[in-house]
Write a protein that binds this ligand. Sequence first.
Ligand SMILES: Nc1ncnc2c1ncn2[C@@H]1O[C@H](COP(=O)(O)OP(=O)(O)OP(=O)(O)O)[C@@H](O)[C@H]1O
Length: 280
Amino acid sequence: MSTPAAEHAPGVAPADGVAARARGLTKAYGSGETTVLALDSVDVDIARGRFTSVMGPSGSGKSTLMHCLAGLDTVSSGQVWLGDVEITGLKERELTRLRRDRIGFMFQSFNLIPTLNALENITLPMDIAGRKPDRTWLDQVIDTLGLRDRLTHRPSQLSGGQQQRVACARALASRPELIFADEPTGNLDSRAGLEVLGFLREAVDALGQTVVMVTHDPGAAAHSDLVLFLGDGRIVDEMRQPTAEAVLERMRLFTGGAPRTDGADAIRRRHDDGVTAQGD
Ligand SMILES: Nc1ncnc2c1ncn2[C@@H]1O[C@H](COP(=O)(O)OP(=O)(O)OP(=O)(O)O)[C@@H](O)[C@H]1O
């Protein structure tokens, strides 16, 4: 893991440099015999001003981790902090305000409002928060994402890729401290996907924002600073300065010929034995 699993008393702020933190984060869905343990005692620190990818097989808990870190889903046990605020235990209204002020979201399904045009969708979170957009930054976001001539179009008048770019612009427009992106390039052709990744990279490098991205694509993960690998609801490995080839190779451990849990268990055992699995 990226940090030691230090114990934290409720309400104690994490050290500087951590945009989001989880300790003992457990999330179970259902009850009794049908319980699914989506997250199993996860400890994680998301470094501020860094681009972190989350990878792992389908059902390994990637989206659940993102939702719990963003305060979009309740946890079964454990603690989560956004910056220095512990969000586990916050009232819904406080949580909503915190999310609105600090977080930008990009989901696979875009979540655009069909009756609003592209520009209105982009500025909606700021409008709700009663904040004025920074015009220069907004123009830069719009031009970089190639949306200038689409601003008055409604989502139904835009291609899937254009809708994704609007969702990207909406997440970036208010310059949130932390951007959570769930498969942001999933519906894009490779050129548009590269643009979005470049923009997320720029947001981190030039503006010091923090990005957490769930992806299945090793090429997309290669744009990040750190890849966290999930398996069966646990973080089973991590890779700094990832390359697409190295990520692909690591992913094969999960899937290559053996049942996927075997690969994850093998990595976990290596960690338990104190052997670092980082070959980069
Ligand atoms: N609302 C829910 N109710 C019941 N089970 C759920 C719910 N959401 C997720 N799960 C289960 O929790 C586990 C983790 O799901 P999650 O969506 O986090 O995985 P994922 O790694 O993001 O998968 P994918 O790559 O397919 O999107 C899965 O077994 C899933 O079926």
